[in-house]
Write a protein that binds this ligand. Structure first.
Ligand SMILES: [Mn+2]
Length: 323
């Protein structure tokens, strides 16, 4: 087990999981592998302890992670005895149906530095690469046996939040958790293929468009690309197809800052995702009313043509590269 963590909050979370029953687990909007994997693993672990546990329906669930949740979604009229949120930094990030159903949340388990104390008890460990690492520790402390289904879920959580163990947040501990999941029978080859290799044709076309259409600036130290709604519609691109496309720009040799502008449905606004190395992307986006992390941030540009929006971001990137 990890040595540095909030022992008191961890003990409190353990007590809650041990003593209470009728668990309803909440995941965040536009759920990723970490929130779904963490919730699925915890749900199965609690059931293993003989407790009732369900995932609260998340209307945004995508096929990529739905397989982890089989048999776990709460039936209608489920009565909650204890409500716990996983990988949810703020109450506002819960889907509307969860916000409406649960004015009070008993336990929040999270790893975001931006975590807000919105629950009766909050266990937040920002040093964890994935919330799934904390769930793994809780399950171990509860005496649960990691079944292959639980191992799939924890592995998916750790792998997806680290971009398959390549992001800077990856630690030795992340690898230890992944190794334990492999030993417990996680189907890691299939998970890696599904999460990191497989792409839809729409996704492949979008990646092609970004690389073919990007504009390089400052001797290739910056890159700006534009995706118009007409293209997204023609390709039938889903949110999942558009996930983290901006990181492609920052992967080009020499590029320190990349900005991807995606036209918002209905037009008239551009969702901007900025990725950077060695510069503060959140500062660039803050100037447009957005925010995020140093390496990844976002903002929205309202009421501009694609050309004007691209010019605005180009100027902002040039200024940041000059600074
Ligand atoms: Mn996470």
């Amino acid at each position: 087990m990890r040595t540095s963590f909030d022992a008191e909050a961890f003990e409190g979370a353990l007590r809650t999981l041990r003593d209470r029953d009728g668990f309803v687990l909440l995941t965040h909007r536009r759920p990723d592998g970490d929130t779904i994997g963490s919730a699925a693993a915890l749900c199965r672990g609690l059931r293993q302890l003989g407790k009732q546990a369900w995932l609260w329906p998340n209307p945004d669930i995508t096929p990529r992670f739905a397989g982890l949740t089989e048999g776990l979604w709460a039936p209608e009229n489920t009565q909650a005895g204890c409500v716990a949120a996983v990988d949810v930094a703020d109450r506002a990030l819960l889907p509307a149906n969860a916000q409406e159903a649960f004015p009070v949340i008993d336990l929040a388990i999270d790893h975001h530095p931006s975590f807000r104390a919105y629950a009766g008890l909050g266990l937040c460990r920002p040093e964890a690469a994935a919330c799934g690492e904390i769930v793994y520790d809780l399950l171990a402390a509860l005496g649960c046996t990691l079944t292959p289904d639980m191992a799939d879920a924890v592995y998916t959580a750790a792998a997806t939040d680290t971009g398959c163990f390549v992001f800077d947040n990856t630690t030795q501990y992340t690898h230890r958790v992944a190794a334990a999941c492999m030993a417990a029978g996680a189907r890691w080859q299939e998970i890696n293929y599904r999460c990191f290799r497989l792409k839809t044709r729409a996704r492949a076309a979008l990646e092609g468009q970004i690389y073919a259409g990007m504009t390089l600036l400052k001797d290739g130290r910056g890159a700006v690309a534009l995706l118009e709604q007409a293209l997204l519609e023609r390709l039938g691109a889903t949110d999942d197809d558009c996930d983290n496309l901006a990181s492609l720009l920052a992967q080009v040799e020499g590029v320190e800052i990349g900005a991807l502008l995606t036209e918002v449905k209905g037009g008239g606004a551009w969702k901007v995702s900025v990725r950077s190395r060695g510069h503060d992307a959140s500062r660039i986006c803050a100037a447009f009313g957005g925010g995020g992390h140093a390496g990844a941030a976002g903002c929205t540009l309202q009421g501009l043509s694609g050309r004007a929006a691209a010019e605005a971001m180009t100027a902002a990137l040039e200024a940041a590269l000059d600074a």
